[in-house]
Structures are given as structure tokens and as C-alpha cells.
Design a binder for this molecule. Structure first.
Ligand code: ZN
Length: 219
């Protein structure tokens, strides 16, 4: 579709608008929702919308969705700063990584670390997940700088983070939704399952974090 009337559409928004799928629903009365599904952007609107309303709302909701995704994608610099904050808060500052970076070549691992040189890598698949899940993945790798394996000491240290169990459940759910095998607790340095197949992406996560607006409130 062509986003008429939107003069300052940025590149990410323009890309999403290019492949947007509009779904009209008779059951939908007052809300508009935008989400990612199978690599596409879907905007669900009430069936009663006119074409003009459709155009307005698609641009508005896709812009919101892209803004939300940006907020949830901190840069490497922010990631390193977050890691330092988490180390201080939950590990008495004892975990001091030399670098913390986003990487896209992790396969199905959520994160990995190399204790020998103090580097931590976090999968870009974690981008877009709730902050408390990212915090868990960071803390998991930070804790590996102190404890190599997944022994009782490792989990005792990580237990200081109150959302550990909840985050592990979240990640297992995502892994299940993307057809990965269950996480192998014996892996030395990774969070979550490890398989050869990097396909599937994070569509389950994307689909789980839509943005929704009530049309009556701000139309
Ligand atoms: Zn681990």
C-alpha cells in the first residue's frame, strides 16, 4: 500500500508498510492491533473502517510497532551498560565482562560467553522480548563468568534474580513455539536449546507482542 498523507515515514516504517497485511474483522469493534507474523506486518482493523480510516490507522499502528521494537532493541553500548548494572545489583559487581555484544550467528542459543577472555554475546533473537527476559539472559552469561557449568553454585548465584524461573519458562515457551528441542541443561555456556537449524526466527515472540489502540480514545 502507499502511505499517503504520511510525510515523514522513516525507512523501517516504510519497509513494514510495503509488506503490510490488513485484516478486517467483524468481531473487532473499537480496537486496532498491529503485530508481526511470519515475517510480515499484520494490522487488524474493524470491518466498518473506511479506506481512509484504514490508511490512517495502518500508518499510525505500524509507526507505533516500529517505535516499540526500537525501544526494546538497545545498542551494544546500552547492552554493556545494562550488564554492568545487573552485575552490580545481583552479583555484587563480581562479573566484569570485557565486551557485551548483539550477534546474529548464535543459532538457537540465546546467549554465550567465553570466560577465558570475558566476552559475552547475546542473540539478536532476544531483541523484542520483554526487558526482564533480556536481563535474565544477560545475568545467565554474567554468572558463567563466575561459574562455568550449570551446577548448584551457578543456579544459587542466578537465584538472586527474582524472575529467573519466569524467564526460563518464557524462553522454553518460545523454543517450543519455534519447534526447537528442550533446552539441554548440561550445555556449558549457553542459555536455551542448541540445534543446527537457525531457521524459524522469532516469529512466536513477535506475534506475542502486538501494539493495540482503542479507536474511540484517540481517533
Ligand atoms: Zn548457561
Amino acid at each position: 500500500m502507499s502511505p499517503q498523507g504520511a510525510e515523514h515515514v522513516d525507512a523501517a516504517v516504510a519497509r513494514a508498510l510495503d509488506e503490510v497485511v490488513v485484516r478486517r474483522s467483524r468481531r473487532r469493534v473499537r480496537t486496532v492491533t498491529a503485530f508481526r507474523e511470519d515475517g510480515r506486518t499484520v494490522v487488524a482493523i474493524p470491518a466498518r473502517f473506511t479506506r481512509t480510516q484504514e490508511r490512517e490507522w495502518v500508518v499510525r499502528m505500524v509507526t507505533k510497532l516500529v517505535a516499540q521494537e526500537r525501544r526494546r532493541r538497545p545498542s551494544d553500548e546500552k547492552l554493556a551498560a545494562r550488564a554492568q548494572t545487573l552485575s552490580e545489583r545481583y552479583l555484587d559487581g563480581r562479573a566484569r565482562p570485557t565486551s557485551v555484544a548483539w550477534v546474529s550467528n548464535q543459532g538457537r542459543r540465546w546467549g554465550s560467553c567465553t570466560p577465558a577472555d570475558g566476552t559475552i554475546r547475546i542473540s539478536t533473537r532476544v531483541q523484542g522480548m520483554p526487558t526482564w527476559v533480556l536481563d535474565y539472559v544477560l545475568l545467565h552469561e554474567l554468572t558463567h563468568l563466575l561459574h562455568a557449568g550449570h551446577g548448584p553454585e551457578f543456579w544459587a548465584a542466578l537465584g538472586a534474580y527474582p524472575r529467573t524461573e519466569r524467564a526460563r519458562g518464557f524462553l522454553e515457551g518460545v523454543a517450543h513455539a519455534t519447534d526447537a528441542p528442550a533446552p539441554d541443561e548440561d550445555d556449558e555456556d549457553d542459555v536455551g536449546p542448541r540445534t543446527e537449524d537457525a531457521g524459524g526466527g522469532s516469529r512466536g515472540v513477535e506475534a506475542a507482542t502486538p501494539v493495540t489502540s482503542t479507536t474511540d480514545a484517540d481517533a
